[in-house]
Design a protein around this ligand. Structure first.
Ligand code: ADP
Ligand code: MG
Length: 292
């Protein structure tokens, strides 16, 4: 049951939207060029997460340029937040790092190695992704946390669940870690699914972490609690956060404002507020919305 999922798990992480996700996944397989390993691709291990975009141009369809001349450098261990209007290209920027797509020109390197020179498998093993929609497959809680990792011991799985504050929920289930979830099994709440995704990522223990609006579908109270787990997950990793609510990125080392014209501003949260530019306007709009 886990085997075929193992192979495609990296792709599924991009499109984990149940049936809709599978439809897009199939479309992607049929329409988009397959990303292949270079003939001499290297297997990377224990990257530091020194991520560099140099003059990156990218389009999905060779017609409309989505990213143009993007330069960006991310320091190992840094937490960098991306904010900006929907459709500006935040998710696209992040999906180029695991090489879900190839760029048209420029280069993306990690620790000085071009991602196109790495094997996809080893590259993606270094990157954890937590996003709004969590892909659950039909199987047990244990299998869903392990997510194709056959090396994971029972101890590792429990440890990951504890770090994600999911262990106590699981032990109260009728069959504990053997409880069936997914399509026909037990339905998990949005917050529990998010915790499961966090447990998966603790188990994977990648040096690079991408959090793509992970908590935006949750109610404020659940979001607040999950946010604490995400903060713990981000510790000692190079973390890219795409934030919907600006309050969640107050402590980011750096905030990058992405608009349809590219990177508009970057700096600390407080610096950008003081700049009185795009970020300050976004902030004002969100603050006013929260008053209503
Ligand atoms: P953001 O995350 O900032 O909301 P995205 O990176 O998702 O923005 O989208 C940037 C642009 O790329 C948008 O115009 C969007 O419609 C387009 N886009 C995103 N994903 C795809 C895709 N898989 N195929 C074609 N166009 C896409
Ligand atoms: Mg997005």
């Amino acid at each position: 049951l886990i085997k075929p999922i193992d192979k495609i798990s990296a792709l599924l992480e991009l499109y984990p939207k149940g049936m809709a996700g599978f439809r897009r996944f199939r479309e992607m397989l049929s329409k988009e060029p397959e990303i292949k390993d270079a003939p001499n691709a290297v297997s990377v291990d224990k990257l530091d997460g020194n991520i560099k975009f140099e003059k990156v141009d990218f389009s999905y369809d060779d017609q409309q340029q989505v990213l143009e001349d993007i330069d960006l450098q991310i320091t190992p261990g840094e937490t960098i937040a991306f904010v900006g209007p929907s459709g500006a290209g935040k998710t696209t920027i992040c999906s180029l790092i695991p090489r879900f797509y190839d760029i048209n020109s420029g280069a993306i390197t990690i620790d000085g190695i071009d991602v196109r020179q790495m094997t996809k498998k080893s590259l993606r093993a270094q990157i954890g992704i937590v996003q709004q929609d969590v892909f659950l497959f039909t199987g047990t809680v244990r299998e869903n946390i392990a997510y194709g990792n056959h090396q994971a011991s029972e101890e590792d799985i429990i440890d990951a669940a504890q770090k994600a504050h999911l262990h106590d929920v699981i032990t109260k289930l009728p069959d504990g870690y053997d409880t069936q979830i997914g399509e026909r099994g037990l339905k998990l709440s949005g917050g529990q699914k998010q915790r499961l995704a966090i447990a998966r990522t603790f188990l994977k223990n990648p040096p690079i972490l991408i959090l793509d609006e992970a908590t935006s579908a949750l109610d404020t109270e659940t979001e607040r609690i999950i946010q604490q787990s995400l903060d713990q997950l981000a510790e000692n990793r190079t973390t890219l956060v795409i934030a919907h609510r600006l309050a969640t990125i107050r402590d980011a080392d750096r905030v990058v404002v992405v608009t349809n014209d590219g990177i508009a501003e970057e700096g600390s949260y407080q610096e950008l507020l003081a700049n009185n530019g795009v970020f300050a306007r976004l902030h004002k709009i969100q603050y006013e919305q929260n008053q209503n």
